[in-house]
Design a protein around this ligand. Structure first.
Ligand SMILES: *[C@@H]1O[C@H](CO)[C@@H](O)[C@H](O)[C@H]1NC(C)=O
Ligand SMILES: *[C@@H]1O[C@H](CO)[C@@H](O)[C@H](O)[C@H]1NC(C)=O
Ligand SMILES: *[C@@H]1O[C@H](CO)[C@@H](O)[C@H](O)[C@H]1NC(C)=O
Ligand SMILES: *[C@@H]1O[C@H](CO)[C@@H](O)[C@H](O)[C@H]1NC(C)=O
Ligand SMILES: *[C@@H]1O[C@H](CO)[C@@H](O)[C@H](O)[C@H]1NC(C)=O
Ligand SMILES: *[C@@H]1O[C@H](CO)[C@@H](O)[C@H](O)[C@H]1NC(C)=O
Length: 393
């Protein structure tokens, strides 16, 4: 409730500033958030505050990386081959580097998903373009080289490599000389594109608003005061017509959904089982007759559901619905947080969290990375930086 009210207030302030004729970007005064509508969550190391553009003074929280620390680092284990000490790779430290003569590093994703891009940090600029990326698909033993990869230099020790796959990947392998000077590897799990998007539900029960499920807070288990201010809850007695719906302001690609149930293990009979047998339906913009549906196979209620579409949903997504099947005990949809990890789908030549920026590439017909603005052909003459917007001295 608190977070929601402050969000609405921030929005009103923004609109009134625009109405009075001066439409400046407003400072977001809600702690832990940034952006013109306070719609992005800060992920700074040590829970530090971020600036209005999302930058953190002491870097990102280890689970996050990339522009404004908005990209989820896929967790992985190192598999096979080497007996050597790989702590330099797993210590979240960009300054400890490979000390062995390793020729490749293979990682096993904790939650397999489709691959989009990875970031590699090295200690020698000469190694930045000496990289080969390959992956292993779910249900396959063979490694597939990423033969349509594109890379963009971030700075003198960092390179981003895009390798979009349609199918779910379990292993990611890096090889080539780059491994000799490698210090860190960030495999992007995407950005939470569901956060603060527009949510609706069939009819709201008390103050359990639909928007609570995308407020960035899954609530404290077994704490009713916390849950009722951070979870959504449809009204009783709606039967099969109960739903929760989310509409994205920009079409998105999504590689995985993580759905937090109402976690009340001490009252298991009350609430957790309401989500059993839920269906998740995904639609493109209106006028396109396509759909993706996931149905929970049932069984005991889970506190957290992870849904990984496989293969990737084949269309840009506009809307998602969550329904439950009416049964004797339940016709309520209650959700504590819906994370949708992925990225916006921008028109060619645009990038950014809201597709608000223009690519600034050396080759003007080059498409830059949607997430960073990085250009495979390098930056336009006179420019440098991750997003090619810093003027060269
Ligand atoms: C990179 O780091 C490794 C391990 O710390 C070190 O052996 C190597 O000399 C470093 N290379 C450069 C160019 O600094
Ligand atoms: C990675 O290691 C952790 C801790 O040892 C383990 O819980 C997890 O299941 C492992 N993941 C994979 C994909 O092997
Ligand atoms: C990269 O640039 C930074 C600052 O510009 C400099 O301190 C550092 O030594 C450079 N690193 C390499 C490997 O060139
Ligand atoms: C790239 O790899 C795919 C999948 O292995 C393969 O079908 C395709 O022919 C390859 N393309 C090139 C140019 O090698
Ligand atoms: C979930 O669905 C299965 C069959 O589809 C059914 O047997 C089971 O009773 C349902 N569970 C709940 C809690 O509705
Ligand atoms: C610019 O990029 C386009 C598309 O990637 C490519 O076809 C073209 O050859 C590039 N031009 C130059 C001069 O590199």
């Amino acid at each position: 409730m608190g977070a929601c009210a402050i969000y609405v207030l921030g929005f009103v302030v923004l609109i009134s500033a625009c109405l009075s004729g001066i439409c400046l970007a407003q400072q977001c005064n809600q702690e832990g958030w940034f952006g013109d509508k306070c719609q992005f969550q800060c992920h700074c190391a040590g829970n530090g505050e971020c600036s209005q553009s999302g930058t953190c003074s002491d870097g990102c929280d280890p689970q996050w990386f990339g522009p404004a620390c908005q990209y989820d680092v896929s967790e992985y284990n190192i598999s096979g081959g080497s007996e050597s000490d790989l702590s330099w790779l797993t210590d979240d430290d960009d300054t400890t580097c490979n000390t062995d003569d390793l020729e490749s590093v293979t990682t096993v994703l904790d939650t397999p998903h489709t691959l989009t891009w990875v970031r590699v940090v090295v200690n020698s600029t000469a190694l930045l373009d000496q990289c080969e990326l390959s992956y292993q698909l779910k249900d396959s033993d063979a490694s597939t080289p990423c033969n349509d990869s594109r890379s963009a230099t971030v700075d003198n020790t960092t390179v981003d490599i895009s390798c979009p796959t349609k199918d779910v990947v379990t292993h990611v392998t890096l090889s080539g000389s780059i491994v000799r000077g490698m210090c860190s590897l960030y495999i992007s799990g995407g950005r939470n594109v569901a956060l603060k998007q527009t949510a609706y539900q069939s009819q709201t029960y008390n103050e359990w608003y639909a928007s609570n499920a995308v407020d960035g807070n899954p609530g404290i288990p077994d704490n009713l005061a916390s849950l009722q201010s951070t979870c959504s809850h449809t009204h009783y007695g709606l039967g099969d017509s109960a739903y929760w719906r989310l509409v994205f302001s920009i079409d998105v690609d999504i590689n995985r959904f993580i759905i937090y149930n109402r976690r009340e293990p001490s009252r298991r009979d009350c609430c957790e089982k309401r989500l059993v047998n839920f269906t998740l339906e995904v639609f493109p913009s209106t006028g396109q007759n396509r759909q993706y549906t996931y149905t929970d196979p049932g069984g005991p209620a889970q506190q957290v559901y992870t849904v990984v579409p496989s293969p990737q949903i084949g269309f840009p997504i506009k809307t998602i619905f969550i329904h439950v099947r009416k049964n004797r005990q339940n016709d309520i949809v209650t959700l504590c947080e819906v994370y949708a990890f992925g990225e916006v789908v921008c028109p060619p030549g645009k990038f950014g969290r809201q597709c608000e920026r223009d690519c600034n590439c050396f080759n003007q017909t080059d498409t830059c990375f949607v997430s960073t603005g990085g250009c495979p052909s390098g930056c336009a003459a006179g420019y440098t930086g991750e997003d090619c917007y810093t003027r060269k001295a």
